[in-house]
Design a protein around this ligand. Structure first.
Ligand SMILES: Nc1ncnc2c1ncn2[C@@H]1O[C@H](COP(=O)(O)OP(=O)(O)O)[C@@H](O)[C@H]1O
Ligand SMILES: O=P(O)(O)OC[C@H]1O[C@](O)(COP(=O)(O)O)[C@@H](O)[C@@H]1O
Ligand SMILES: [Mg+2]
Length: 544
């Protein structure tokens, strides 16, 4: 049993695997508080739970009305008695006039903001921002930045703002860029980054550091961090990258190093859970409009014109869904989460025929991961993967274009004119738009504040509009997907008026699957969030 102290409250620490038993035996405690032996049932008492999920430790702090803080690790968890220093920002003329510039140590951000009067308060995350005391002296900081995975608009902005944030806010002068993703730690050169060298990189697409898939060798990476004397690691990347960051963090902690590991979530697909959205997503949706416009102009200009646009989205169809909603020129949007079929009543071909009869043209937008099951039934699917283990997809846009052409050629009733546009890599390579630039700046600064304050093993991101520090295990436990039984997909269906391709039975099955999934996660080792949510609502309802 370990004892840790968080905020001003006296904590009790216990193994999370015992939470079930522990909370079951406390059902008679006062509403809104968990009964902790030794702390009594006073709702002012809180408990801190530190348990292990496989190799990963989890920190929970509970409060009244079933409040739970899923906190992030801190350097002092494994290296106690580290010295602290006043935050240099307090002497910064720009910030000295700002009222309450520092975040309160008890500030947290609620994960669920739609509540009822009797709802438990539920899960919260630590609010991101500058803290009064920091755990690094400016001259002692040696930071590094790495970018991994696929490209995404805004990568250079995040790099720029980490460098400038460290320099200008904290007086940190040693920042290293790791060349070419994770493998760059041990196989490539590094570049020195200064505000001067990164000054105008936000105007360029891509990443000035280069990126890669695969090549994650944890012990070689941590050896390199240790050998170079790096003590702050900023890791920018998607779900795969954050998994890599999590194991790097574990290894650093195992070796007892004073090194803060901060993740900045990147993915054009918006498939990272918990956070509101990922950077680059807005830019991608905006740029996709140009491709959809082109498809619409082409389709409209000729009799029975059909424009097919393929957008990115391997497992999640967010870009296709938002680009469709933004455009209003799209007749049908196909995403991986919503299965569809081609032939017969209610199928895609029937819908195309109807739209051509009504409007004389149509536009179809599809995510690259859509219809993979139909496609693999039709052509032999391969199980090829990229270097990171992501499934390599067949070109569904090209395949569907051929299918549509074949269908109308066989029918011999309507002569169609189909144009297929694949703007995927053009979209991914653009610089970020204005709103993503602002967003990237906030992400970078929050990451810098967190690392300087000694937090580690966290990903930063907005939760309901407020930036928060989220433990790695919450980011990597599942992927964010479009929920087709949610309002947003219903809005899309009513905007395009396309068929849902689902029978009432399918919808019921989908909802059941969602429920089962939550159940499984709740009982399994991987999702502490679901476990905690289930437990607190159980206690709460029993107490009422
Ligand atoms: N489970 C994992 N454990 C450790 N490293 C991983 C894991 N999954 C992916 N990575 C590493 O993360 C990097 C990026 O992953 P990838 O899936 O290509 O992109 P993204 O981070 O954008 O999802 C790669 O270098 C890959 O080796
Ligand atoms: O061809 P590449 O570079 O491997 O990338 C293709 C994939 O990268 C993405 O753009 C983004 O994926 P990641 O965020 O995992 O890098 C996917 O939409 C796409 O399937
Ligand atoms: Mg990914």
């Amino acid at each position: 049993m370990e004892l840790v102290y968080a905020s001003s409250l006296k904590p009790t620490v216990f193994d999370i695997s015992r939470l079930n038993k522990f909370t079951n035996s406390s059902r008679n405690s006062a509403v809104g508080s968990l009964f902790v032996p030794g702390l009594g049932s006073n709702s002012a008492n809180s408990l801190v739970a530190m348990g292990s999920s496989g190799s990963s430790k989890t920190k929970f702090l509970t409060g009244s009305a079933c409040y739970v803080l899923e906190d992030v690790p801190h350097l002092t968890d494994s290296i106690p008695d580290l010295p602290t220093y006043p935050n240099p920002l307090q002497d910064n003329p720009a910030y000295s006039v700002v009222k309450q510039y520092f975040v309160n140590v008890d500030d947290t951000v609620a994960q669920k903001i739609v509540v009822h009067k009797n709802s438990p308060r539920g899960t919260h995350f630590r609010r991101a921002g500058p803290c009064q005391r920091v755990y690094f002296e400016s001259d002692d900081v040696h930071a590094c930045i790495v970018t991994c995975g696929g490209l995404c608009p805004g990568l250079n902005t995040v790099i720029r703002e980490i460098v400038c944030g460290l320099y200008h806010m904290y007086g940190v002068k040693k920042v290293l860029g790791i060349d070419g993703g994770y493998r760059g730690f041990y196989a490539r050169n590094t570049v020195t980054l200064t505000p001067k060298t990164v000054n105008d990189i936000h105007k360029r697409g891509g990443t000035i550091l280069g990126t890669s898939r695969g090549g994650h060798d944890t012990s070689k990476i941590v050896d390199s961090i240790q050998d170079r004397g790096i003590n702050q690691v900023y890791i920018i990347g998607g779900d795969g990258t954050q998994k890599g960051a999590s194991v790097i963090f574990e290894e650093i902690r195992r070796r007892g190093l004073k090194v803060a590991v901060a993740g900045i979530p990147k993915t054009i697909d918006n498939d990272i859970p918990v956070i509101d959205k990922s950077f680059g997503f807005d830019s991608a949706v905006e740029e996709a409009q140009r491709a959809i416009n082109a498809a619409h102009v082409e389709a409209e200009s000729i009799e029975n014109g059909i424009g097919v646009v393929k957008l990115m989205g391997r497992y999640s169809g967010f870009i296709a869904m938002y680009a469709t909603l933004a455009s209003r020129d799209v007749d049908c949007c196909l995403i991986p989460e919503s299965p569809f079929y081609l032939e017969g009543e209610g199928g895609l071909f029937e819908f195309i025929e109807k739209r051509l009869r009504e409007n004389g043209h149509m536009v179809i937008v599809m995510a690259e991961g859509a219809g993979q099951e139909v496609l693999s039934e039709s052509i032999q699917s391969t199980d090829k993967q990229d270097a990171s283990g992501n499934k390599l997809l067949q070109d569904v846009g090209l395949w569907i274009s051929h299918k549509i052409k074949d269908h109308f050629a066989k029918q011999k009733k309507v002569a169609i004119n189909l144009k297929y546009i694949d703007p995927t890599y053009m979209i991914r390579a653009i610089p970020s738009n204005a709103s993503d630039n602002v967003y990237c700046t906030l992400l970078a600064q929050s990451a810098v504040h967190g690392a300087m304050a000694g937090y580690t093993g966290f990903t930063v991101g907005p939760v309901n509009g407020r930036h928060a520090y989220i433990p790695f295990y919450r980011i990597i436990e599942k992927q964010n997907k479009v929920v087709i039984t949610d309002r947003m997909w219903a809005r899309l269906l009513s905007s395009t008026n396309q068929p849902s391709f689902l029978s009432a039975k399918d919808i019921l099955e989908d909802m059941k699957e969602e429920e089962n999934c939550t159940e499984l996660l709740g009982n399994g080792d991987s999702s502490y969030s679901s476990l905690i949510d289930k437990e607190i609502s159980c206690i709460y309802h029993n107490a009422l």
